[in-house]
Design a protein around this ligand. Sequence first.
Ligand code: CP
Length: 310
Amino acid sequence: HRHLLGIKGLSPIDIELLLDRADDAVAISRQSEKKTTSLRGRTQINLFYEASTRTQASFELAGKRLGADVMNMSVASSSVKKGETLIDTAMTLNAMRPDILIIRHASAGAAALLAQKVDCAVVNAGDGAHEHPTQALLDALTIRRALGRIGGLTVAICGDVLHSRVARSNIILLNALGARVRVVAPSTLLPSGIRDMSVEVYNTMKEGLEGADVVMMLRLQRERMAGAFVPSVREYFRYWGLDAEKLKHAKEGALVMHPGPMNRGVEIASEIADGPQSVIQDQVEMGVAVRMAVMEALLDPRRTEAGDAA
Ligand code: CP
């Protein structure tokens, strides 16, 4: 079976084909009749060990729009609470013969581990601080539709890069498509290997945003900070929060993005999140389309050219 475990390993052509297919899915989702038949008879299981609003809801809607039978495993009320391991849970669900399993888990590598054990396609919906490939694809689709291209753009990814699987997947994807990628963060919120990732590193918002086409804010993931470095919210907003003053340094009309969920007044001011440059709601819409594209590419044998992409 084919899987989507990360952006790493996808070629630029693979990525563009998935984005093209997602453009078609946007058109379908904007019709009043949204249901298609390409995954009719297929079974999709969503297995989310971490909280999610956008990713889980959009995978569920994506599956339903493709005609699949979708089951959301409620981890909170499952035998995981009695101590069942990830692998035992996965093997139990595997015995029910799903065609595709969508997994979110706090441990990096959980999706890859599962892919080795089960007899169906696996999609990584976020594994620890490792990857969140469908988020990077939906971000790319949002940028491509708004600005017409990705190659040659300057994208500033700002804030808590250290804990962010979204940042990691985006850095890999944007580099693959020829964007110039900057990371803008305090040194305490940068992973040690960041300079090996083909990015330019900036330690102030003023310098990092200068001339940027896209400003991508990240959530401050305080739940992953084990006491060592938990900045005060007011201080963080003052230096790293995106407000009108800081946004002036970016290119005029630069896109403002945030994967959600947002901490308003921490990494982004409400007036910017809801302002004219924000494409945050477009990102959510593109999320459904990208997830339709990915699942169809993995499961629908009739469209093999894009199917080879994922
Ligand atoms: N962006 C994102 O992954 O959001 P959720 O955690 O709500 O799924």
